[in-house]
Ligand binder design. Structure first.
Ligand code: ATP
Ligand code: MG
Length: 564
């Protein structure tokens, strides 16, 4: 491609509305433009990178035995009522009416469509196992679209679905996809982690893993062991249980006035205690009913764990009014004994001499011992793991990292095949329900995730596997006949050798050309300048900045070596 013909505008300034590096760079380097919140046009360079990413995904899916299909984006809402997920997705779904007033939605994901398809097509165990995938545009009306392509409202995803006749078969299909994901991210050249995850709205109880690109721009936090391979999303992560305290010497309970204490910090100040001595009670509305959760004052309630434990659809923090109505106490004065259904995190049992809100508003009890001074009936791990926690598997310290979720694989079991009656006849002619797995990978999210890891102050630094072009030829002066002749000749030779090459044939100042080259980030640059009179060019690697002066012939061979 000749850069003079390339549809590309680079910008000198960062766009005002972009505070995440990958977003800034994609706009500045002319990879994309915004149409409206969370909706973007990919321009030639951006689309080339996306195509590279999707081709790597496609090749690894094919190699794992999955077959490519293309499912519709427009879906009857009815399918979502049948699976029971319409309410879970709520406003996240773009919904519309067709001309006959029939409710339709734009697909945020395709479990419903594929299961209803399979239900009609699979009859016998002989047709199983099968894994189908597609690479397609998805629509989610995200509450907070952010950071450009990282969280869009229209984005592209590779989604695969496996169908099996036995739990062992499902395990195998799942592992084939898991391994394919590992190969995909390795080939792209990014630093990633596969972590234990909560299935969220996709559901299924068989287990799930997220693939995270490690980056501070990520919205997820990963807890990873510093010694073994344990790694989990903090939504899911657990820690070694804390030792249960000996309360045999705890002094007798006393009640003390604590007016105007609303928070743990207030109590710490007024009573001169440590946060970990306080029994913190948080009230939630679970499917409309008030429920309390009790954790140690220095711990946070993990709402994902609590929601799973309660097995409810909706879990929200109760408002101040709801707290007052449900407990008779204002926020800050709800104790473990308020008559509401309550779940205790086992961490509260590590407190020997604690503080809890009293029966009377405006007072707290001190020298409180669990079991002795309040009943601990239901316990469950409902807290967020924190600094200082130990690995649940090996007992060594956990460390925390930020990550961008680029992929998520799930064992669904029969979550969708049951409501859609997706069944097959086994060897004995008996009807059995199909076991499913599903496997998502956000291709338009991978693109900025790679940039988050691969950039410097001057711009993007593409790994060669996903770069829009592999080589950038930059003649310093297009008015110099000798330079242009050498540049053109190299350009044609690279082209003929199957190397993806961009030739900066613009009549621009060298400073402008070099700045643009660094910004758009092509991994190998061949600069053709004054040295061409001795038959030499400069070969520069974008990543290291290393420059080598080589003869044209040697430079040509070196580039072939790097590219192949
Ligand atoms: P998130 O927690 O980030 O909202 P999710 O868990 O809802 O994502 P899944 O339903 O697991 O997403 O979708 C599979 C993959 O699709 C994700 O791993 C991610 O790579 C991608 N993805 C999901 N939502 C978006 C979005 N709004 N923009 C871009 N990619 C997305
Ligand atoms: Mg997910």
């Amino acid at each position: 491609m000749r850069q003079s013909r390339l549809f590309l505008n680079t910008l000198r300034e960062n766009p005002a509305d972009a505070d995440v590096v990958s977003h800034q760079l994609m706009i500045r380097a002319g990879y994309m433009r915004q149409l409206t919140a969370g909706v973007y046009s990919l321009l030639p360079l951006g689309y080339r990178v996306l195509s590279k990413i999707e081709n790597i995904v496609r090749r690894e899916m094919d190699a794992a035995g999955a077959q490519e299909v293309l499912l519709p984006a427009v879906q009857p809402e009815e399918l979502w009522l049948q699976s029971g997920r319409r309410a879970d997705y709520g406003n996240l779904m773009f919904s519309l009416k067709d001309r006959h007033d029939r409710p339709m939605v734009l697909g945020p994901t395709h479990e419903e469509v594929i299961t209803s398809l399979i239900q009609n097509e699979i009859r016998s165990y002989r047709q199983l196992p099968v894994t189908l995938y597609q690479i397609q545009t998805k629509f989610r009306d995200e509450a907070r679209p952010r950071a450009g392509l990282l969280r869009g409202r229209e984005f592209r995803m590779k989604d695969a679905y496996s169908f099996d006749s036995s739990p062992e078969g499902l395990d195998e299909s799942y592992h084939a996809m898991y391994d394919a994901y590992c190969r995909i991210f390795e080939r792209m050249g990014v630093d990633y982690r596969a972590v234990d995850a909560d299935p969220g709205a996709i559901g299924g109880k068989g287990g799930s893993h997220e693939f995270m690109v490690l980056s501070d721009a990520g919205e997820d936090t990963i807890a990873a062991c510093t010694a073994c391979t344990y790694a989990a999303n903090v939504e899911k992560a657990s820690a070694q249980p804390l030792p249960v305290a000996d309360t045999s010497a705890t002094p007798a309970k006393e009640t003390v006035p604590t007016p105007n204490t609303k928070t743990i910090d207030d109590l710490v100040d007024v009573l001169d205690v440590r946060p970990e001595q306080i029994f913190k009670v948080v009230v939630y509305m679970a499917d409309g009913q008030p429920v309390a959760a009790c954790v140690r004052g220095d711990h946070e309630v993990n709402e994902v764990k609590l929601k799973n434990f309660l097995d409810v659809r909706q879990l929200e923090l109760a408002t101040a009014d709801q707290v007052l109505k449900a407990t008779g106490h204002p926020v800050g004065f709800v104790g473990p004994d308020t008559g509401l259904p309550i779940v205790f995190d086992p961490g509260v049992l590590s407190v020997a001499d604690g503080v809890a809100a009293s029966k009377d508003t405006g007072f707290h009890d001190i020298h409180v011992a669990p079991h002795r001074d309040f009943k601990v009936t239901k316990t469950a791990d409902i807290r967020v793991v924190a600094n200082g926690d130990l690995c649940p598997e090996c007992g060594q310290p956990l460390a925390f990292h930020r990550g961008i979720e680029v992929g998520h694989v799930f064992k669904l079991g029969t979550k969708y095949s049951t409501p859609f009656h997706a069944a097959y006849l086994d060897e004995n002619g008996k009807e059995q329900t199909i076991l499913m797995g599903c496997y998502g990978l956000g291709t338009t999210r991978v693109l900025p995730a790679v940039i988050e890891q691969c950039h410097d102050d001057a711009g993007i630094v593409w790994p060669i596997a996903v770069a829009p072009y592999q080589v950038h030829i930059v003649p310093v002066s297009v008015r110099d006949e000798m330079q242009m002749k050498a540049a053109e000749s190299l350009y044609h030779r690279f082209y003929a050798a199957g190397v993806e090459v961009l030739l900066d044939d613009r009549d621009e100042r060298p400073g402008v050309k070099f700045a643009d080259a660094d910004l758009i980030g092509i991994p190998v640059r061949v600069t053709v300048g004054k040295r061409i009179s001795d038959g030499d060019v400069e070969l520069k690697l974008r990543k290291t900045g290393d420059v080598e002066v080589l003869s044209v012939e040697k430079a040509f061979e070196a580039v072939l070596g790097i590219v192949k």
